[in-house]
Design a protein around this ligand. Structure first.
Ligand code: ACO
Length: 351
């Protein structure tokens, strides 16, 4: 009897250890990222610098040594808002209307002249639209990262960085990733913000970005491509997309993380279903990266997980850009901006 109890204790300890190794201390994830940022803070340009939340975020970033913020906006307006908020700091400010270097319009014209943008239009864009100004600023190396989007539609804030900064050399697509931290597990969801109806090739690319992002947070990815079908249980054009994406990834010798699908969401996250029914699957534990078949599913899915599952959400992390650029959601809070700036700084440290 005694030895039975002892054996159970040992099993339980081993199980707990395995679980902890897999899941990590999720609540501490962001603290680790912010600490990494503090080791080597970078220059982060903040679009919509007149916005109260941006000014508060800039204060916290500077005060906590996470980043050297540069607010894009009107000098006097920002100074007086900071004063009204009782923030004792003098932020660095650049006003596109008065401070835009001529070189920025030249550069934007150079990049977009064969997309119909004349030099005078380029001048107007950098002087009047902080999304273009900030994009050129980071593309020219005058900032290490750029955050924007607080009061714009996501698409209109995203388009200028896509046009000016573009994708990293090894990819053609960017993806919006949310990291959701639950009490005892971390899940990365993609694509939640960019690609409306991704092809299998795009899904494969989104998968690579998601796995890479998980590794940036020191988490070894186990990726599931989601559907309403389990490994061919329903065959049609919709379920074929993630299936074809998985086939591409399995054929790619550079893919060095476990990935499988298509599979239903519960198959992906419940270890027993994988073990009992689909033991041939390449995942050796519940998935921690969920790749959704389209933007509707991804956007709805992460929001339900966040709101009903009580997860902390960090994102959207824009993966695949040539420089760290993140488009914040309208209405995001100061802590969301600070967190995403921390992610951008760590990203910039690796450039
Ligand atoms: N990855 C990388 N680059 C891209 C992508 C992509 N997925 N999509 C477009 N681009 C590039 C294009 O190549 C183009 O570059 P070019 O002009 O140098 O050739 C540039 O971006 C602009 O492309 P367009 O075709 O003009 O832009 P489009 O109208 O397709 O807009 C956008 C692209 C903004 C990403 C669009 O697909 C979109 O609106 N996506 C959904 C955004 C959204 O509503 N998200 C959900 C809500 S947001 C939230 O919940 C946080």
């Amino acid at each position: 009897m005694e030895s039975g109890v002892a054996r159970e204790d040992v099993d339980l300890d081993a199980y707990r250890e395995r679980l902890e190794a897999r899941l990590g201390k999720s609540r501490e994830m962001m603290r680790i990222v912010l600490n990494k940022a503090q080791n080597d803070p970078k220059r982060v340009a903040l679009g919509e610098g007149d916005n109260e939340k941006m000014i508060r975020a800039a204060y916290q970033l500077q005060d906590q040594g996470i980043a050297d913020p540069v607010l894009i906006g009107d000098h006097d307006g920002i100074a007086s808002t900071a004063d009204d908020l009782g923030l004792d700091f003098t932020p660095e400010v650049v006003d596109p209307a008065t401070d835009a270097p001529g070189a920025y319009a030249d550069r934007l014209h150079e990049l977009r002249q064969r997309k119909g943008v004349t030099h005078s239009e380029a001048t107007e864009l950098v002087e009047r639209d902080s999304n273009y100004f900030g994009s050129v600023m980071v593309e020219q190396g005058d900032a290490d990262a750029f955050l924007t989007g607080l009061s714009h539609h996501y698409s209109s804030a995203l388009r200028p960085p896509l046009q000016v900064v573009g994708t990293a050399p090894d990819t053609d697509y960017v993806a919006g990733i949310y990291m959701l931290t639950f009490k005892n597990r971390v899940i990365f969801c993609a694509d939640t913000t960019v690609n409306l109806d991704p092809t299998p090739e795009q899904l494969a690319e989104i998968t690579r970005h998601t796995a890479e992002t998980a590794r940036q947070f020191d988490i070894e990815p186990r990726v599931a491509l989601l559907s309403y079908s389990d490994f061919g249980s329903v065959e049609n054009a919709g379920t074929a997309k993630p299936r074809d994406a998985v086939a591409k990834l399995h054929d790619d010798p550079t893919v060095d993380f476990p990935v499988d699908g298509e599979m239903q969401a519960d198959t992906a996250v419940v270890e027993d279903i994988l073990d009992d029914t689909y033991d041939f699957a390449e995942l050796d534990g519940p998935a921690n990266c969920l790749v959704f078949p389209n933007l509707e599913a991804g956007n709805i899915g992460y929001k339900l997980l966040q709101r009903l599952g009580g997860a902390d959400a960090i994102g959207p992390i824009l993966a695949g850009m040539d420089e760290p650029v993140h488009v914040i959601q309208r209405g995001d809070e100061v802590k969301d901006i600070v967190n995403l700036a921390g992610v951008a700084v760590v990203d910039a440290q690796e450039e």
